[in-house]
Design a protein around this ligand. Structure first.
Ligand SMILES: [Zn+2]
Length: 321
């Protein structure tokens, strides 16, 4: 059996939801970096300092792999690319996020605003939310596009002298990719397998123009897809490395089931908009900046609609008559 090369976890400060986001440096025939953290001037300093502590510098990186297009995973990519000659491998389905980031960001801002406009927010809070959405969306520019290569579900990557299978596991977002080593039961879980339930962000469905994805429905399917591999070591996109993916999946599913029932009780009691349900179930969260509870509520509503336990009407949601 080949010697297993342990990835080096590089934590970059984040502050929202999670304290940090992980990049992984994987030694081997070619030095690989998975994901690039959130951009800020100080994070760029931190990134360079941390990899130096492990005996590397940015110029040593030969291959960069991106798991999905969120700003906390691609933020430092322009700086890193400018300081090394690495090839950059990204999911084919997010090609435009690098070739036309301005266009993709605008599309997503417009879609998110339209979505949030329909959730029952009071006007003053909605204004604050819109401002936040405009502020946080990525504004990075990518050059050297000739160094990009694109991968798809079913392709393989070589990292740490090992072949890793590429799986598209929608849920957190449609373009969420994870990298699996079946024999070693290891996975780079990105934002799919995390120590807490991944946030099922509602973006436009890539297969259905104008319609939002059903992120939580997708997430549950992706959990079931991953379950069969009995994964033992998870290198997540946030938080420490953990063991036993199925135990974590079961724990998260049990909590979601309980919270879905609470959502149903809210609707039964007459709370009819996602905003009002959210304020009852997630009163401990402030929106903005934390939208995770809102995306969970929207996910529970999708599940309850699918189970025909609730219906959508002009005012929002209610029990079927
Ligand atoms: Zn993400």
């Amino acid at each position: 059996m080949k010697k297993i090369i342990e990835p080096i976890r590089i934590e970059i400060p984040l502050g929202i939801m999670f304290q940090s986001v992980n990049c992984y440096l994987i030694p081997g025939k070619q030095l690989t970096l998975i994901d690039c953290g959130l951009y800020s001037e100080s994070n760029w300093e931190i990134f360079q300092k941390k990899i130096k502590e492990h005996g590397y510098q940015v110029a040593d990186i030969e291959q960069i792999i991106i798991t999905h297009e969120h700003r906390d995973h691609i933020g430092l990519l322009p700086e890193i690319m400018a300081n090394c000659n690495a090839i950059v491998r990204v999911p084919k389905m997010i090609k435009e996020w690098f070739s036309q980031p301005g266009k993709k960001n605008k599309e997503e801002i417009d879609f998110t605003k339209k979505l949030f406009n329909s959730l029952g927010f009071p006007k003053d809070i909605l204004k604050e939310v819109f401002q936040y959405i405009e502020e946080v969306k990525g504004n990075r520019k990518f050059t050297n596009l000739d160094r990009f290569e694109f991968f798809e579900e079913g392709d393989y990557l070589e990292m740490g002298n090992t072949q890793w299978e590429i799986l598209n596991t929608p849920g957190h977002c449609p373009s969420q990719f994870v990298f699996l080593q079946k024999e070693q039961k290891r996975i780079f879980g990105s934002d799919m397998l995390l120590p807490i339930a991944p946030m099922p962000i509602k973006v436009e469905n890539p297969n259905e123009k104008g319609q939002p994805v059903k992120g939580l429905v997708d997430l549950l399917n992706s959990f079931e897809r991953l379950r069969v591999f009995d994964i033992q070591t998870i290198y997540p996109g946030h938080g420490p490395v953990f063991n036993d993916a199925n135990a974590m999946i079961d724990k998260q599913l049990a909590r979601m089931k309980m919270r879905k029932e609470e959502c149903y009780d809210c609707i039964k009691s007459g709370l009819n908009t996602p905003y009002h349900i959210n304020r009852k179930m997630y009163s401990f969260q402030k929106m903005p900046p934390d939208f995770s509870g809102m995306f969970m509520v929207l996910g529970y509503i999708d599940l309850l609609l699918q189970e025909e336990k609730i219906v959508k009407n002009k005012e929002g949601f209610s029990l079927p008559i």
